[in-house]
Design a protein around this ligand. Structure first.
Ligand SMILES: NC(=[NH2+])NCCC[C@H](N)C(=O)O
Ligand SMILES: [Mn+2]
Length: 309
């Protein structure tokens, strides 16, 4: 039940899977917002591994339902390798995105590590979107709308196969995923989410049942042998507190709801890897969104805003 106290920051400065340019500046904005110092103040050993490299963004239209598939693959392979290397060293990788297509590289590395270590995996997907599109369903071709589907085996072989997985034996099962904060799902994508039985706690659910009950369910049935991965798309948050993202959707969790969400994750002591995705400084206001993201990450590492010890 101990949180890994050795963390490695991995920057992935690209917006290759997104529908707006600018998430490529996310890693630096998180550093400027003080992510390293914030974690250190909670006793975490932090190594900043710097930024990964990859192809530039050619900004082309989709081909066969995918935008920039070759470039997305190259970036994800770099992320996969870097995340996997940290896990092998017993360190906790924190991926600084970059757009959410990179969740594929990150989580496939986590899944590979768990498979080898005989660990169970639970993925918490904090997002406004389900990111469960396929090339047939996508309205945009933007691959940041597809990583969850790819991880579950539905996508191009370049992405589905990363880490030695395949359509027959994908990186994760939909059963391992809990999505929280969802409020924008495309029509075909919605059908597919139901078909695959993804467990989605959408905003209507959070409105009616509250964040506490939501997180109790999302974190139920974890045990000491579970690797908890958190994929935090900053657009999970209400745009009032987090305007600096490419695909804002109104009606997200408030500051307090988000804090409670993070604190309850921290209470499990099981978080072993994290993605912080989609921060877009070009759309932000004086790095306000970067700062709120860092504040919430502190809560994931046990900062309590209240009178708790
Ligand atoms: N990670 C994200 N911000 N995803 C947004 C996806 C938006 C939309 N569902 C699409 O497929 O284009
Ligand atoms: Mn997302």
């Amino acid at each position: 039940m101990t949180i890994l106290r050795s963390v490695s920051l991995i920057g992935a400065p690209t917006d290759i899977g997104a529908g707006a340019r600018g998430a490529s500046m996310g890693p630096e904005a998180l550093r400027v917002a003080g992510i390293r110092e914030a974690l250190q103040s909670h006793g975490v050993d932090v190594q900043d591994r710097g930024n990964l490299n990859g192809p530039y963004n050619p900004w082309l239209p989709p081909v066969d339902g995918y935008r920039h598939l070759a470039e997305v693959t190259a970036w994800n392979q770099a992320v996969h390798d870097a995340v996997y290397a940290e896990l092998r060293q017993g360190r906790m990788p924190i991926l600084l995105g970059g757009d959410h297509c990179l969740g594929l590289g990150s989580i496939s590395a986590v899944a590979r590590h768990c498979r080898e270590a005989g660990k169970k995996l639970r993925v918490l997907w904090l997002d406004a979107h389900a990111d469960f599109n396929t090339s047939e369903l996508t309205p945009s071709g933007n691959i940041h709308g597809m990583p969850v589907a790819c991880l579950c085996g539905f996508g191009p072989k370049e992405l589905v196969g990363m880490g030695g997985f395949s359509k027959e034996s994908p990186a994760i099962s939909p059963k391992w995923v809990r999505q929280i904060g969802i409020r924008s799902v495309d029509e075909g994508e919605k059908r597919f989410v139901h078909e695959q039985d993804l467990e989605v706690f959408d905003m209507r659910y959070i409105d009616e049942m509250g964040m506490r009950h939501t997180m109790e369910l999302a974190l139920a049935t974890l045990d000491a042998n579970t690797h908890l991965h958190v994929s935090f798309d900053v657009d999970f948050l209400d745009p009032a507190i987090a305007p600096g993202v490419g695909t804002t959707v109104p009606g997200g969790p408030t500051y307090r709801e988000a804090q409670l969400c993070m604190e309850m994750i921290a209470d499990t002591g099981l978080m072993a890897s994290l993605d912080v995705m989609e921060l877009n400084p070009a759309l932000d206001e004086k790095n306000k969104t970067g700062l709120v993201a860092v504040d919430l990450i502190e809560s994931l590492f046990g900062k309590s805003t209240l009178m708790r010890k």
